[in-house]
Design a protein around this ligand. Structure first.
Ligand SMILES: [Zn+2]
Length: 174
């Protein structure tokens, strides 16, 4: 792999993400680290999730269309169960395939369900991608370890409407 370089997110095709720009700029691929400032993560703030340490993302672009990210995030949010603050460290290393158009991204995912494809058409940046991955990982929210059994008990409690929903073939809430 090529040696690390200093990236300029705005001109190197990262903010917003641009497949065309990345391929022009790094035809042989690139590996780099990017710092993401908390103001760039506005959706996390809206969900009352704060970062307890700076977020540094290692990225590797293969020169074709694959973008691998790797980062640790130390989050503070409120427990789903007791509403008291909790801290959690996430270690994520998602890989996505970039496409110019949403149509291309959709057909790539349809041909292989294991592919995570995104289009760069909608002008999103690395920070949004990082937020997406964090939201995917935490799902509906986080709980303390000691609160988890209670959350599990609540979700396994029989739901009087579940049978009806099943009979009506309604989509089960996830
Ligand atoms: Zn709790």
């Amino acid at each position: 792999m090529p040696s690390p370089v200093v990236l300029c997110p705005n001109t190197d095709g990262l903010s917003p993400l641009s497949l065309q720009r990345l391929m022009e700029r790094f035809p042989n691929g690139v590996e780099a680290s990017l710092s993401i400032a908390e103001p760039q993560l506005s959706r996390l703030a809206e969900a009352s999730i704060s970062l307890l340490e700076p977020l540094v993302v290692s990225m590797a672009f293969d020169g074709q269309g694959q973008l691998r990210l790797s980062f640790h995030a130390l989050l503070r949010t409120d427990c789903m169960r007791c509403m008291k603050p909790l801290e959690r460290r996430l270690e994520l290393s998602p890989a996505v395939l970039l496409f110019e158009t949403a149509q291309e991204a959709d057909s790539a995912m349809m041909s292989d369900p294991n592919i995570d494809a995104i289009s760069t058409q909608d002008q999103r940046g690395i920070a949004e991608l990082v937020e997406d991955e964090i939201f995917l990982e935490i799902g509906h929210g986080l709980s303390h370890a000691e609160c988890l059994p209670m959350v599990a008990a609540e979700t396994s409690r029989p739901n009087p409407f579940q049978d009806l929903a099943h009979r009506l073939s309604m989509k089960k809430p996830s």
